[in-house]
Design a binder for this molecule. Structure first.
Ligand SMILES: Nc1nc2c(c(=O)[nH]1)N[C@H]1C(S)=C(S)[C@@H](COP(=O)(O)O)O[C@H]1N2
Ligand SMILES: [Mo]
Length: 414
């Protein structure tokens, strides 16, 4: 009986027009059984697959204390001594599984006993205070989904590069902790304080000066990542979270905050994270500029002529993604991609665009526009705007993929 019913459905949906298809995509309805994305198979009792003899044997012994990935799935970070990159091409949505979050360490990952942990807040405050982890957790908590991105996130130069290799120094988590403004009220921050120093307790004792206005805006002291304690690599037990701002200011293993009326000019900010300065004005903002990347299709994936759903992520450190435009003709014409709701501020936003590939070689590109009206630039525009002062940081050019006649994909280094 059941099989017969199914057969009827197959016949009913045998003919689907392009309009029906697009309509159903927009309405996010279930794809028809006889889809142009998949092979039509004849169903019926005579070819119904036999269930395995003992299905539990095939799957495993039963409940366990801790789950693992399917043994068929192997997403991995690509790592060097100082950083690791998220496998962007393996993700279907925007939360990065915690064990695949990118890492950037200046002196390794310290092991910090949460029982001994303390955060000192002092300097231009009425009451210098030390907070244990338990004390931090007693304050009203807040959760926020946002991306983190290293200021040096961009690599090019050759065709055989995956999204992970090009742009894997960004990830997204749901972070939980206490608003820094709550703690600043607790210690009685002096309204005349303009900067605060954030200091980590890793061997690098990484320090950065942060404008106090970020603390009154949306800075957080976070102890949880995707619902559980922060991973050691992300700053266990506590890190500073500055939504939208360059990664290096988000101090991990945070142990001290000192308020002042001027920046501290720390080693990190005068050596590594120095930026081209024009007329005494820093040429880059602390915010990460809007950008995007197509993660499917991408190297080394292969496509077939016909319908292809182009997919990728877009984000901006200045707010929400307003739109993502996709070009399938090497930048001649652009079309708006669909954005996956909810579109969050300072967060990776998933985009999708249905494209019928005719089998001819072409190039596909994506371009992000954020709510401030900022449009993701081309590499040439970036170079022109910065003149000879183009540095390795804050490079957010439009990236394009070449589609070859055989359906293979290669990065286009420019
Ligand atoms: N204490 C400390 N904080 C740090 C760093 C570090 O080496 N030590 N690296 C910074 C840099 S350069 C980046 S990009 C982010 C990376 O955060 P993640 O490793 O959680 O992805 O942390 C920042 N905070
Ligand atoms: Mo970084």
């Amino acid at each position: 009986m059941k099989a017969q019913k199914k057969d009827k459905q197959v016949i009913k949906s045998n003919k689907i027009s392009r309009r029906t298809l697009l309509g159903s995509m927009v309405a996010a309805a279930v794809l028809p059984v006889n889809s142009i994305f998949a092979k039509h198979v004849q169903t019926g009792p005579h070819i119904a697959p036999e269930p395995p003899e003992d299905p539990t044997k095939a799957i495993g012994p039963g409940p366990s204390a801790q789950g693992k990935r399917s043994t068929f799935e192997h997403p991995v970070r690509k790592f060097s001594e100082t950083s690791s990159r998220s496998p962007l091409q393996d993700f279907h949505s925007t939360i990065t599984p915690s064990d695949l979050h990118y890492e950037r360490h200046h002196a390794g990952v310290p092991a910090i006993d949460p029982q001994k942990y303390e955060l000192l807040i002092h300097g231009m405050v009425e009451r210098p205070m030390k907070f244990t982890l338990a004390e931090l957790k007693r304050f009203p908590a807040v959760s926020r989904i946002c991306f983190l991105e290293c200021a040096g996130n961009f690599r090019g130069g050759k065709e055989e590069l995956t999204p992970q290799e090009i742009l894997g120094l960004t990830s997204q988590s749901e972070w939980t902790g206490v608003m820094l403004s709550t703690l600043f009220r607790e210690v009685g921050a002096d309204p005349k304080a303009l900067w605060f120093l954030a200091e980590g307790s890793d061997a690098a004792v990484m320090t950065r000066s942060v404008p106090v206005k970020k603390a009154w805006d949306d800075a957080m002291i976070v102890y949880a990542q995707n619902g559980e304690a922060i991973r050691p690599e992300q700053g266990y037990p506590v890190r500073l979270l500055l939504p939208g701002w360059e990664g290096n200011m988000n101090i991990k293993w945070l142990r001290r905050i000192e308020l002042s009326d001027e920046p501290y000019m720390t080693r990190e900010e005068t050596s590594k994270y120095t930026y081209p300065v024009k007329d005494r004005i820093r040429m880059f903002s602390f915010e990460m500029d809007a950008r995007s990347i197509i993660t499917f299709p991408s190297y080394p994936q292969k496509i077939m002529p016909g319908w292809v759903e182009i997919r990728g992520i877009a984000w901006s450190g200045r707010g929400k993604i307003e739109k993502v435009e996709v070009s399938t003709d090497a930048g001649k014409t652009w079309q708006d991609a669909r954005l996956q709701d909810p579109v969050l501020s300072k967060a990776h936003t998933y985009f999708r665009h249905l494209w019928q590939w005719d089998g001819n070689p072409t190039e596909i590109l994506s371009r992000a526009v954020d709510e401030t009206g900022y449009v993701q630039p081309t590499l040439r525009q970036l170079a022109e705007a910065r003149g000879t002062a183009v540095g390795g940081y804050h490079m957010n050019p439009i990236t394009s993929w070449q589609i070859k006649t055989d359906g293979s994909t290669l990065f286009k280094p420019e």
